[in-house]
Design a binder for this molecule. Sequence first.
Ligand code: FAD
Length: 379
Amino acid sequence: MRGVAALIVGGGPAGAAAAIILARAGVGAHLVDRQAGPHDVVCGGFLGWDALAELRALGVDAFALGARPIGRLRLAAGGRQVELALPHRAAGLSRRVLDEALIGLAGEVGAAIMRGRAVRAADAGSRSVRFDDGEEWAADALFLATGKHELRGLSRDLDGRRESPSAGLRAALPADARRSRDLAGMVELHLFDGGYAGLLLQEDGTANLCLSVARERLAGGVTALMTEIMAEAPRLAERMKGEIPAFDAVAGVPYGWRAKATSPGIFRIGDQGAVIASLAGDGIAIALASGGSAAQAYLNGGADAAADWQARMHRRSFRPLAVAEALRHGAAGPFGRGLLMRLLHGMPGLGAQAALLTRISARRTGGRRSGERSAPDPD
Ligand SMILES: Cc1cc2nc3c(=O)[nH]c(=O)nc-3n(C[C@H](O)[C@H](O)[C@H](O)COP(=O)(O)OP(=O)(O)OC[C@H]3O[C@@H](n4cnc5c(N)ncnc54)[C@H](O)[C@@H]3O)c2cc1C
C-alpha cells in the first residue's frame, strides 16, 4: 500500500482549494478526481463577493477568466417581480471554467493531480482508500471533497432527515441579444412551488439556467416538470422562449445538512461538510473557505487537528445554513412566497441583509483585510 501525506478525494472548489494551500506549503498533496477533463456541473455559477475574495486570496481572478459582473438580484414569482441591489459585487462564471482554473493552479503549485481516476471506497480507521483499479493508498490526512457524491466507508450520515431531498437540474441557454440585455449585471431567481430557477450570463454569452426542485415534482420526468413550471412562472417561460433545453440532472441534494463530527485525520470539506440551500448562492464560497481552512488546520496541527476543525466548521456553518433553509422553505409555498415578495417590495434592504446573513466566509470584498491570513479558520 502506498503512503502519502495528504490525499484529497474530489477536485471541485473544496478539494482544489485544499490542494493549493497544502502544495504551496510544501506538503505532498495528491488530488484525485473521477472526471478526466473539463466538464459541466449542476450549479448556478453564481459567485458571491465572499467566493470572489476567497478566489483572489488563492490567486485566481474570476474576472480575468471571463466572469460577468453582477450587481443586482431580480426575484420573480407568478406575475410579481422585485429588483434589489446586492450588497457587494458578485459574478457569473461557468463551473467548467472555474473548476479547470482551480485544478490547473493546484497542479502548477506542486500538487500531484490524478484525473479520470475514481476512489471506490475508504476505510476511516486506517485512512486508506481503494481506487477503481484496485490500488490502495493510505494517507496521514484524508480530505473528503466528493461534493454531492457519497464515498463508500465515509458516506454522510443523513439518518433522521424526514424531508424528501431536492434535485438539481442545469442547462445552458444559447447566446441571445435580448436575453443578454435583460440579464446584464443581474442574477434572476424565479420562484415556484417546491423550488426555484436561477438564471445568469456566463463568460461565453450563454445563460446558465439552474433549477432546484422538490424531487417528487420530477416523478413525471423533466419535460412534464418544465411544462408545469413554465405555466407557473411566466417570466421564466419568456426567458426560455417557451423551449425546453437539454438538462443535466443531479438527484438528492440534502440541503441544510452539516457534518457533526469526523474520524481522526479526516477533514470533510465543501458539500461533504455542510450543504447550504443553493438559493443562497454560497456553496462555492463554503467549499473554497472550508477547503482552505482545513488545509491550514492540517498545516498548523497535523492530522490530529481534524476533529476540532470539523467541530468549528459545524458551528460556523449554523447561521448561514439556517437562514438559507428558512428562505428556501418560505419561498417553496404560495403563502410564504407572497409574503416574501411583499416584504422585499416594501423593504428592499431586507434582501441585502438576507444575502449577508447567508455568507459563511470572513472575507467580504476587495483584497485581503489587514492581518488576515491566507486561509482563515472557520471560526
Ligand atoms: C441546483 C444547484 C445550484 C447551485 N448553484 C450554486 C450557485 O449558483 N452558487 C454557489 O456558490 N453554489 C451553488 N450550488 C452549490 C455548489 O454547487 C456546491 O456547494 C459546490 O459545488 C460544492 O463544491 P465541492 O468542491 O464540495 O463539490 P463538487 O463541486 O461537487 O466537486 C466534487 C468533485 O469530486 C469528484 N468526485 C466525486 N466522487 C469522487 C470519487 N469517488 N473519486 C474521485 N472523485 C470524485 C467529482 O468528479 C467532482 O469534481 C448549487 C447547487 C445545486 C445543487
